[in-house]
Design a binder for this molecule. Structure first.
Ligand SMILES: Nc1nc2c(c(=O)[nH]1)N[C@H]1C(S)=C(S)[C@@H](COP(=O)(O)O)O[C@H]1N2
Ligand SMILES: [Mo]
Length: 347
């Protein structure tokens, strides 16, 4: 039986991927986590009435139809998308926001175009520094604030795509049909769905979704003083067995996924004694720059009892997961080893 998504809120729709569905290298579109600030349109936009507009610090404004975009050189890239607030509910101290466990992440093969190809067409002005994306989703709440986010031009040129396909299917309505931005290796908030306008700016976009949220700050601090969430930090999750399982003594397969945004994974280690000793896990499956790496450790569990199982990942730049996450008011970036430990009972 296929497990269902865990819905945290219906309006807006916020739902996480069931743990079982994190075990395949690509995550099924139907159970891929869904994170929304606004109201998803009921029906997909009519493609004949849809355009992508590019304006701002450009020498030529551009208005493209979906056919224009599809006729450009196509890129297909595997990219693991994670919500900045993923694992928030596992923090030792409560933080406000959707109570994600580990399912605010998924890996997909995205088909689309390189943003740099579009930026070449418009001819950037010399003071172009940031690129903002605006979504078509209707804001919820009386303030009526649209979802607009910007990324630095450097990221826009080096490794950002505009995707119209997800795992070989047209981009599903809930994931931004017909087009979304994907800043590869960066957290979900940088990947605007239902994209319809790109504006080139000389500074980061100023607005609610840039200045009040998606920033790392402490109690009493002005959100604006905090760093904007960007690349995904090195992290590993255990997807098998499930926390709290009772298992027979013998070989226990401990499996999971590890990811580090723009960096690859060089090592995953597992501890079955609460972090005292660590053993290298085997990296399995496909290795792609922006995609997670699956891993496995076959544990010979001989003695009955309660065990604390942990995993820790090291990325290709030598950065390792911290013992505990750096707490912040909005609970972003929980990649703590201890927070992601699971308990098993061997019977
Ligand atoms: N237009 C628009 N884009 C958006 C959002 C949104 O609310 N509106 N949410 C962002 C956040 S916070 C995340 S984590 C990802 C989630 O993408 P998914 O729902 O396709 O998994 O979309 C991002 N893009
Ligand atoms: Mo997010």
């Amino acid at each position: 039986m296929k497990k269902k998504m865990r819905v945290m809120t219906e309006k807006p729709l916020n739902a996480e991927t069931p743990i079982e569905s994190l075990r395949t290298w690509t995550t099924d579109n139907r159970v891929f986590f869904k994170r929304n600030q606004g109201q998803i349109m009921q029906r997909p936009v009519k493609l004949s009435a849809w355009n992508l507009i590019i304006e701002g610090l450009v020498k030529r404004n551009l208005k493209l139809s979906i056919e224009d975009i599809r006729s450009m050189p196509k890129v297909e890239v595997a990219n693991t998308l994670e919500c900045s607030g993923n694992s928030r509910s596992l923090l030792k101290e409560k933080a406000s926001g959707n109570p994600w466990t580990i399912g605010g992440v998924g890996n997909a093969i995205w088909g689309g175009i390189w943003l740099k190809d579009l930026l070449k067409m418009v001819d950037l002005k010399h003071n172009a520094k940031h690129v903002s994306f605006e979504g078509l989703d209707k804001p919820l709440g009386s303030a009526g604030i649209r979802f607009i986010r910007s990324i630095p031009l450097e990221k826009a040129i080096s490794s950002t795509i505009l995707a119209y396909e997800m795992n070989g299917e047209p981009l599903p309505l809930k994931h931004g049909y017909p087009l979304r931005a994907l800043a590869l290796g960066w957290t979900g908030a940088n990947c605007v769905k239902w994209l319809h306008k790109i504006t080139v700016l000389d500074r980061p976009y100023e607005g609610f979704f840039m200045d009040k949220v998606y920033r790392v700050f402490q109690k009493g601090e002005d959100p604006r003083s905090g760093e904007v969430v960007k690349d995904i930090m090195v992290k590993s999750i255990i997807t098998e067995p499930i926390n709290g399982d009772n298992l027979l003594a013998g070989t226990v397969a401990i499996r999971g996924a590890a990811y580090a945004g723009e960096a690859g994974i060089s090592k995953v280690e597992v501890s079955v004694d609460g972090g005292q000793t660590w053993i290298a896990a085997r990296l399995t499956g496909i290795e792609e720059t922006y995609a997670w790496r699956h891993w496995e450790y076959l544990w010979d569990a001989q003695k009955q009892g309660d065990y604390t199982i942990m995993s820790r990942a090291t990325d290709a730049r030598g950065r390792r997961q911290p013992e505990n996450a750096d707490w912040n008011v909005l609970g972003y970036g929980n990649n703590g080893i201890c927070e992601h430990a699971i308990q098993l009972n061997i019977v």
